[in-house]
Design a binder for this molecule. Structure first.
Ligand SMILES: [Cu+2]
Length: 159
């Protein structure tokens, strides 16, 4: 298990060498309790030139989807969002109660303090599909400001 995580972080470091289609800040995933099979991941995504988020994946989850949570007749409903538009220069918030990355069929527990590698599948302004890796810290609460996201970005830039 430890080896697997190490490989993931190495891949992550390599991914960061490629041009970044989007800036991700304040990323965090909600820690799980034993036996829990699904959780949410949240972040702010800004595409300088505009892009679309067309898919997500993570080695820790059998299934990963972008979801939207909405009140519908006083009932909180969750639905999969096949394409999330990222307008140029606008931060799109993925947060509890709104858009989120749903990690399902979890293959391992996500304890507080661990890190989840997440691949964002994006289409840039030209329609070219690009994968961008994000290192998502696991926590029980949202990070204050975007400090956690900044720290994660910084770590990913190391050779
Ligand atoms: Cu969901």
């Amino acid at each position: 298990m430890k080896l697997k995580l190490l490989t993931a972080s190495l891949l992550l470091a390599c991914g960061a060498l490629q041009a970044q289609t989007v800036d991700v800040s304040g990323a965090w995933a909600r820690a799980t309790v034993p036996g829990q099979k699904g959780t949410g991941a949240f972040m702010n995504i800004t595409a300088r030139d505009g892009a679309r988020l067309v898919g997500v994946s993570s080695p820790v989850a059998g299934v990963a989807e972008v979801h939207e949570m909405k009140m519908d007749n006083d009932i909180m409903k969750m639905r999969a969002v096949p394409v999330l538009e990222l307008p140029a220069g606008q931060a799109v918030q993925l947060k509890p109660g709104g858009y989120h990355v749903m990690l399902m069929d979890l293959k391992q527990g996500l304890p507080k303090g661990s890190t989840v590698p997440l691949t964002l599948r994006l289409q840039d302004a030209q329609g070219v599909e690009i994968s961008q890796l994000v290192s998502v810290p696991v926590s029980t609460v949202a990070p204050a400001g975007s400090m956690a996201g900044k720290a994660a970005d910084h770590g990913a830039h190391k050779p």
